[in-house]
Design a protein around this ligand. Sequence first.
Ligand code: MN
Length: 285
Amino acid sequence: MSLTIRKLEEHIGAEVQGVDLTAPIDTETFEQLRGALCEYAVLVFHDQDITDEQHVAFSEGFGPLEMTMPNDPIGDGGPIGIISNLDENGEIIPPEDPRTLYTVANTLWHSDGSFKRVPLRGSLLYAKIVPPEGGETEFASLTAAYAALPERKKTDIENLIAEHSIAHSRKQIAPNLMDEAFQKDTPPVDQRLVRAIPETGKKALLVGSYTTRIHGLPIEEGKALLKELLEWSTQPQFVYRHTWRVNDLVVYDNRCCLHRGRSWDRGKYKRVLHRTTLAGDGPTV
Ligand code: MN
């Protein structure tokens, strides 16, 4: 296969052409793709008419997969998570329904699974149904954001540890979104605020909507720092916005970027994405 890789934004994103995801992909091509993912953080493949099985097979080329959590409404414990505003009959779920509110949390900037002790390494999102307007996904480079920090700030935050909690993120949307079993399965965890990406040696910030506080700092001071770093990381120069087309597959390195879904008219238009996730390589603390 001959790959063409076209950069999308200065700091993040590339479009990959010349790969057919319905066919087996050779080792050399996968090596190139893994290298490109480390370099660009987000890879976009257009016009890929694939099944869930092909989605899973392609994902496995990037590393071991993580199964969906049994208590998470998006999955059934298998490799495919379904991010959708449809009920089991394919009808639009009313916007005020708790099932809708739960997924509205995706509109907050986050790194997938940073509320888990071992955060996810990456995800592969595949568009089945997209709205005619809105519903884009934005990605923000955490390595470019770190590199652009003043040196003094880098020194100040180097060894800080933040607490991450999924309940905290969901509470920003509405109280009582998570049932007790899910909350019990996902207690708060600690993550380094700055981590090194082993393949490139680059450092990345780890911030987002799951963060609650910073150990060793007064609560308000920690919160202010987390807010400041999140705002810093999501400045327009670090962001790629993906406007979905049906049959787009987007791979992102979750260690190197934050992402958020943009809203759309949820009561009017259907939006269905299928997601697989790559397991992390270890805890950050
Ligand atoms: Mn996500």
